[in-house]
Design a protein around this ligand. Structure first.
Ligand SMILES: O=C(O)CCC(=O)C(=O)O
Ligand SMILES: [Fe+2]
Length: 346
């Protein structure tokens, strides 16, 4: 007689019923697509086409998410980073554990991240752009594995190219907010940006677990490369429906983080998103979390508030916020993790 097939479910990964993904997900009417080629064409002068700015404006306002193509990051840089990522995660576990994150330094490999106190079905590797960071007393230092040999070079090259793209998008957002293009740049002089490699292995119970639980990114902007598997879902602002962000070859997904939501005084929104997993395919992605300096106090920009439209948030310090998020991602806590909503004025 055939044995009954039984999947062992680890309760640490099980989402509350209201956060479990439904079997079918809509990929119709997806996030806006923005073609950045006008910025790189030979005939491009210093002026940015109004149509491009209005696309960015609508995307940030109505979705908080968009995809960009013709973004200026060379395809070979992307492919090399992706290959290095796959080689790293394919290493035996004991090899990866040599560069594991710990309580004192939150960078390197980690297999036990939590989002909102539920464990994520993923493995990650984090590194900062600055070799070493001090975030309100927490020292963060990169840990580089000895193998794959070209790992560090490939992903540092990737980070350099994506950083350029992040600054371009930051300027587009500034302009879309009717501010001078470089208005926001000074916040990033001692940036706390970090890059994450994500590996989502196949999961035997994708109806119960998530690769990343529902959340909003807390930094300024996220610039994400995803492979062709798919799984990133965004909550559409217009109706609260979850929709899949369709993978487009050689593209990046941009999403507005909590800091831009606060700077813009809620003109632009940071959208809720999550990662669904599947039973068959490994998925890989590489988010670049573009974050300002640790000492920055975040508040609605004075140019965007007035008597009729007063600031909707109390000021908070980014370094403190970032540290508290890292603490709650590191292990399951009994308290809710920190959100910009906690600074919302009544
Ligand atoms: O892997 C993805 O597609 C998204 C990951 C994500 O949302 C995050 O790490 O904040
Ligand atoms: Fe995210």
């Amino acid at each position: 007689m055939a044995q009954a097939h039984c999947v062992q479910v680890d309760p640490a990964f099980v989402q509350a019923p209201e956060h479990r993904p439904k079997a079918a997900i809509s990929d119709a009417d997806g996030v806006p697509l923005v073609d950045l080629s006008p910025l790189f064409s030979d005939s491009a002068g210093d002026t940015i086409p109004a149509t491009l700015l209005s696309q960015v404006e609508v995307a940030c306002r109505d979705w908080g998410f968009f995809q960009v193509i013709n973004h200026g990051v060379p395809l070979e840089v992307l492919k090399k980073a992706e290959a290095a990522e796959k080689k790293f995660f394919a290493l035996p576990e004991e090899e990866k554990l040599k560069v594991r994150r710990d309580g004192a330094n939150r960078f390197g490999y980690y297999e036990s991240e939590h989002t909102k106190n539920v464990r994520d079905w993923k493995r990650i590797f984090d590194f900062v752009l600055q070799e070493r960071l001090d975030v309100t007393g927490l020292v963060l230092k990169n840990r580089w594995p000895e193998v794959p040999l070209d790992f560090r070079e490939s992903i540092e090259e990737y980070a350099k190219c994506v950083e350029k793209l992040a600054f371009i998008v930051l300027e587009l957002i500034s302009l879309a907010l009717n501010l001078p293009p470089k208005r926001l740049n000074a916040f990033f002089e001692e940036q706390t940006t970090f890059v994450r490699l994500n590996h989502y292995p196949p999961c035997p119970y994708p109806d119960l677990a998530l690769g990343v639980g529902h959340h909003k990114d807390s930094g300024a902007l996220t610039v994400l490369y995803q492979d062709s598997v798919g799984g990133l879902d965004v909550k559409r602002q217009s109706d609260g429906e979850w929709v899949r962000v369709k993978p487009i070859p050689n593209s990046f997904v941009i999403n507005v983080g909590g800091i831009i939501q606060v700077w813009s005084n809620d003109k632009y929104l940071s959208a809720e998103h999550r990662v669904s997993v599947n039973t068959e395919r490994d998925r890989f992605s590489i988010p670049f979390f573009f974050n300002p300096a640790s000492n920055i106090d975040v508040r609605p920009l004075p140019e965007l508030v007035d008597d009729r439209n007063p600031g909707k948030y109390k000021e908070y310090n980014w370094g403190e916020f970032f540290k508290r998020r890292m603490d709650s991602d590191f292990k399951k806590l009994e308290v809710e993790n920190i959100q910009i909503d906690h600074f919302k004025r009544a």
